[in-house]
Design a protein around this ligand. Structure first.
Ligand code: UD1
Ligand code: CA
Length: 470
């Protein structure tokens, strides 16, 4: 309590940088880790730590960054990007007067946990620090600012790698780029920053030496090196990705999912999988995918933004924005394109492609078919090689196959067309008109058998030889 009111804490997330080392047209903070932008991880951790007052400093492709996060946050525009110190100075200027303490976080450390942020804030309040830092001791400190301490162990400042001499480069203790500051001394120190350094930038890190030199309390908490991993390059991104995927898989296994080979199972953040489901290797569960209980997924399955029920078996398949009902079977080698819905107990077999198609309960499309814009009732059998001709070059048309119908092999269903309840379509038919319920629809040439064919052929050959050789 300060002067009878709670000291107010606001978070500032720095996300204005270009991320030069990524060599990307996309802003660095929007690069994804396990299917989610890096920046979204930091914001989730801040929110989980109990802070709702969050400002995000945007600059490089600001609109794109702000649009991807939505309207929950306050945006501060930094143009041009003159360094982390400049970014925080702009954020401070826009901050309401009643804010007393500021939590500053980088936008490129997706692995930080809410617990570490809470520990940082708690330590800051206990110690009454002007600045409280998160530090770490990675195996290799390369790329991070190094922490300079006095003989008595007090923190004296941070030196950026590009400005460090050999002795400083040997320091293993690094700055995680996450801090809590008391507002007034921070504002004063920021006003004294100079860009006279290797990168010509206003370094936020220089604030630490300024505060320490004034004898103000600068304290620190330590975090695991993995947790503060800063993503500056594609190889850092791959490291973060590996760690996050491992965490996701471990959480799923802890909740009762079997992974035959977790190292080769790729599950995005936010995907859910029910207990007793088995995931075989080389599966990709992406986006807003949900899988139920006791299903068998894989090997070799991609599920994107799809909902898979309980007791489903899917092998070697690609399933996009589709729903697969309880007890269904899909694959091997099936492709369910967006808008496909399989009701309970449906079967979609090998070399089948479905698009915007509903397959009713217990219906089967076992082999070699393409069905697009089709509504298939219950208990239907679609024979091998059946194709819906749903596109006339200009428009897409629906095909309706009612309950209990039987489509013989190699049929072409030229849409719009309806096959009535219990009707049969003869194998090899091209169906251009509706088939009434219970009827047989045949659309093919009648077969003719020509007797003695072989003998007539032999005779013909003999005659040709005789006349040609004369
Ligand atoms: C920074 C720290 C370094 C620390 C490391 C931890 C400084 C000077 N250095 O270095 O001590 O070890 O983080 O990961 O702070 N940003 C802006 N505006 C700018 C510049 C950067 O918003 O003008 C943002 C970036 O988008 C990024 C964050 O600030 O999200 C950090 O910037 P980055 O360039 O990645 O700093 P590092 O070199 O990693
Ligand atoms: Ca960084």
């Amino acid at each position: 309590m300060v002067g009878g009111r709670m000291a107010r804490l606001q978070a500032v997330v720095l996300a204005a940088g270009r991320g030069t080392r990524m060599h990307s047209s996309q802003p660095k903070v929007l690069h994804q880790v396990a299917g989610k932008p890096m920046l979204a991880y930091i914001l989730a951790a801040v929110e989980k730590a109990g802070l709702s007052d969050i400002a995000v400093v945007v600059g490089h492709r600001a609109d794109l960054v702000a649009r991807s996060l939505g309207e929950r946050y306050t945006y501060i525009h930094q143009e041009p990007q003159r360094g982390t110190g400049d970014a925080v100075r702009l954020a401070l200027e826009a901050m309401p007067a009643e804010v007393d303490d500021i939590l500053v976080l980088p936008g490129d450390t997706p692995l930080v946990t809410a617990a570490t942020l809470q520990g940082l804030v708690a330590r800051h309040h206990e110690a009454g620090g002007a600045a409280t830092l998160v530090l770490a001791r990675p195996e290799s400190p390369g790329g991070y600012g190094r922490v300079r301490r006095g003989a008595d162990g007090r923190i004296l400042g941070i030196v950026e790698e590009k400005d460090a001499g050999p002795d400083e480069l040997a320091i293993r203790e690094v700055n995680a780029g996450m801090y809590c500051f008391r507002r007034a001394p921070l504002a004063e120190a920021l006003a004294h920053l100079s860009p006279a350094n290797a990168q010509g930038e206003y370094y936020l890190t220089d604030v630490i030496a300024l505060l320490a030199a004034r004898g103000l309390p600068v304290v620190a908490v330590e975090a695991g090196a993995e947790e503060v991993l800063g993503v500056n390059s594609r190889s850092d991104l791959a490291r973060a990705e590996k760690i996050v995927r491992r965490q996701i898989n471990q959480a799923l296994m802890a909740a009762g999912v079997t992974m035959v080979d977790p190292e080769n199972t790729y599950v995005d953040a936010g995907v859910s999988v029910g207990a007793d489901t088995i995931i075989y290797p080389l599966c990709f569960l992406e986006g807003a995918t949900r899988v139920g209980r006791e299903s068998r997924i894989g090997p070799g399955v991609t599920l994107r933004d799809s909902v898979v029920g309980d007791n489903v078996t899917i092998m070697h398949a690609v399933v996009l924005s589709s729903r697969v009902g309880d007890g269904s079977q899909v694959g091997p080698f099936a492709y369910l394109r967006p808008g496909t819905v399989l009701a309970a107990g449906a079967k979609v077999g090998d070399f089948v492609e479905l698009k915007s198609t509903f397959v009713g309960p217990g219906s089967k499309v076992p082999h070699l078919s393409y069905l697009g814009d089709a509504q298939i009732g219950a208990g239907v059998n679609v024979g091998a090689g059946t194709i819906t001709c749903n596109y006339d070059g200009q428009d897409k048309w629906p095909t309706i196959i009612e309950d209990e119908a039987f489509i013989g092999s190699n049929a072409n269903l030229v849409a719009p067309v309806r096959v009535g309840r219990g009707a049969v379509v003869g194998a090899g038919s091209t169906i251009t008109r509706d088939v009434p319920a219970e009827a047989l629809g045949l659309g093919r040439e009648r077969q003719v058998n020509i007797g003695g064919w072989k003998e007539r052929q032999e005779k013909k050959k003999q005659q040709q030889k005789n006349s040609g050789g004369g």
